[in-house]
Ligand binder design. Structure first.
Ligand code: AMP
Ligand code: MG
Length: 331
């Protein structure tokens, strides 16, 4: 199959809509990462997503809509707190888990009773979904286990020959996937951390917010249990005595003949003079925007040594992705 990369415009949307309505898979940009979309009401189309990604079938997909008004069409009910989440955070980088109705194929939710619903903020995403006039289920547009794509080229690297179309909307802004939340007994549970933090949810909703993604907690967001976001080289995340530890690890490994790169905070660059170090941002927000792109761009090294980011509002989301990228190899 030939994979086309097209800029977003009227013709592209009508081609994309034709493909989706014929049961094909189309990659599209959102503010978080690129998604691999199909008609959530067409089982054969949804199967193609799992095949293209090599994704385990027990890992559910998020259903993307272009308008809040459409949510009621696909869910059983919406309570007051859930409605507040919709009103205050959508469109935006958040997915809300609700009880599904039977319009959404069981394969989308991995046979489960709930569906994660998201309204992207990105206008290309919304225009694409609107043109298709279908609920679009989409995981990230990478091969399973690889870092999520934040530019069209990275989608192409993984999906060339497997899907007919990638809509190229430039680099995504947020850079890591949506915050996944669920309401239970009038309290909010974060199942996967993202740009919308616990503090932001608490201040807007004035209710108790629990973090269910932290180590030791029972995993309720099925995808979070798999190997994820791995570059093709080794990676170590450094949390303690950061500057000395990174410099020592760098020297030890380069002496052994390894090609090593350091991912650090902008303010730390000065400590790694003469070493192969790159700043991935001044805080967790900038580093989240960059992390997946840098993982792919620098994976031709033997080892990535990454600094832990403790500043900005995306500390949890970034740490969650980085700790998976390095397969728990944290010092
Ligand atoms: P991706 O954005 O590619 O990582 O895939 C979507 C992720 O959203 C899944 O891996 C799950 O972790 C989460 N998710 C999707 N649907 C549900 C659901 N019904 N309940 C809990 N988590 C979900
Ligand atoms: Mg993913």
């Amino acid at each position: 199959m030939q994979t086309e990369i097209l800029k977003p415009n009227k013709e592209t949307y009508s081609f994309a809509s034709k493909l989706i309505n014929e049961g094909e898979v189309v990659a599209f940009p959102t503010e978080t990462v690129y998604g691999l979309g199909a008609d959530a009401t067409n089982e054969e189309a949804v199967k193609k997503i799992f095949i293209a990604k090599g994704r385990p079938s027990d890992n559910p997909l998020i259903v993307h809509l272009s308008d809040k008004k459409d949510i009621v069409k696909y869910v059983f009910s919406i309570n007051e707190l859930e409605q507040q989440i919709i009103d205050k955070f959508m469109p935006g980088p958040i997915s809300l888990v609700l009880r599904k109705n039977d319009k959404i194929c069981p394969i989308v939710t991995a046979g489960g009773e709930t569906v994660a619903i998201r309204i992207p903020e990105n206008l290309v995403a919304r225009d694409f979904i609107k043109a298709c006039d279908k609920p679009i289920c989409a995981p990230s547009a990478n091969t399973s286990k690889r870092p999520s794509p934040t530019i069209a080229k990275h989608v192409y690297d993984d999906m060339n020959g497997k899907i007919p179309l990638i809509i190229d909307g430039g680099q995504t802004t947020v850079g890591i996937e949506s915050t996944v939340v669920k309401v239970e007994d009038n309290e909010v549970y974060i199942l996967r951390p993202g740009k919308i933090s616990k503090e932001k949810l608490e201040s807007e909703l004035k209710c108790v917010v629990h973090e269910k993604f932290k180590p030791g907690k029972v995993v309720e967001s099925p995808g979070t249990k798999y190997t994820h976001y791995k570059p093709r080289c080794d990676m170590i995340l450094v949390k303690t005595d950061v500057i000395n530890t990174i410099a020592n690890l760098y020297n030890e490994n380069t002496k052994k003949g390894k090609k090593v790169v350091i991912f650090c905070k902008q303010e730390s660059l000065k400590y790694f003079d003469g070493m192969n170090a790159v700043s991935i941002g001044k805080d967790s927000n900038e580093a989240s925007h960059n992390i997946f792109k840098y993982l792919r761009d620098y994976e031709n090294n033997d080892l990535i040594i990454a600094e832990y980011f403790d500043n900005g509002t995306m500390v949890d989301g970034l740490y969650n992705r980085m700790s998976k990228s390095c397969s728990g190899n944290i010092i």
